[in-house]
Design a protein around this ligand. Structure first.
Ligand SMILES: *Cc1c(COP(=O)(O)O)cnc(C)c1O
Length: 221
């Protein structure tokens, strides 16, 4: 086993333990292995170890790596976890199985149009800017439930979950708790929250998937 596949195993074990401890009772938590900045040869050992769920934050970068990997390893589920521009909607719909970063009307409209055209239906999450950070993508928490409703009623899109990236310098717990509360208000079931530094905490707060990069692949330079 190389380092990444060893790390994968460790993270999987910690997820299983955290899920058992979670007050919501043990449940399956999906591990999204975040492979951004790592090239195909660095990703292969993790695929070889049987893992199939990955996250990328850039459409362009994903397009250079994943079509070939998909041919070699059937059953891959690829998540877009970075900001999406509407001029990339076409490529994103073609490439990704889950788009976690729907955060404004224009993107919802662009995705709806492309999904109809391509007859592909990636699963969709809304990104919430729980810390109301100026530079960060995501919708205002106060507008989340209404936006989820508009996605359905105006654009015909089913939103399955919410995603957040808490401010780097804050205790993430309150942000995870807020996202969980918003998911109940909006009537969605999936919660994508928690990264290498805090995925066990996120599971305590009800995460259904965690996005873990450096704890598996090593640090990004
Ligand atoms: C890079 C990234 C991650 C993974 O971060 P690590 O700290 O390396 O685990 C998770 N979510 C998003 C949105 C990211 O961009």
């Amino acid at each position: 086993m190389n380092d990444a596949s060893k790390n994968l195993k460790l993270v999987q074990e910690k997820i299983a333990i955290a899920a058992q401890d979670a007050s919501s009772g043990s449940k399956d938590v999906v591990l999204v292995a975040v492979s951004k900045t790592f090239d195909a040869d660095e990703i292969r050992p993790v695929l070889q170890a049987g893992h199939r769920v990955f996250g990328e934050n850039r459409v362009q970068e994903a397009a250079t790596k994943w079509p070939a990997l998909r041919e070699d390893y059937p059953g891959i589920e690829l998540h877009l976890i970075g900001p999406l521009q509407s001029n990339k909607a076409k490529e994103a719909v073609a490439l990704f199985d889950v788009i976690e970063t729907v955060d404004r009307e224009k993107i919802a409209a662009a995705l709806a149009a492309e999904m109809a055209k391509q007859e592909r239906k990636p699963h969709l999450y809304v990104q919430v800017n729980t810390g109301l950070e100026e530079q960060k993508a995501g919708i205002d928490p106060r507008e989340t439930a209404e936006f989820v409703t508009r996605c359905r009623e105006v654009h015909g899109l089913t939103i399955e979950g919410l995603m957040c990236i808490p401010p780097i310098d804050e205790n993430p717990g309150p942000h995870f708790a807020l996202l969980e509360k918003l998911s109940r208000e909006a009537g969605v079931e999936k919660l994508s929250m928690g990264m290498s530094a805090d995925y066990e905490t996120a599971i305590q707060f009800g995460a259904t998937s965690v996005r873990v990069g450096s704890a598996i692949f090593g640090s990004r330079y």
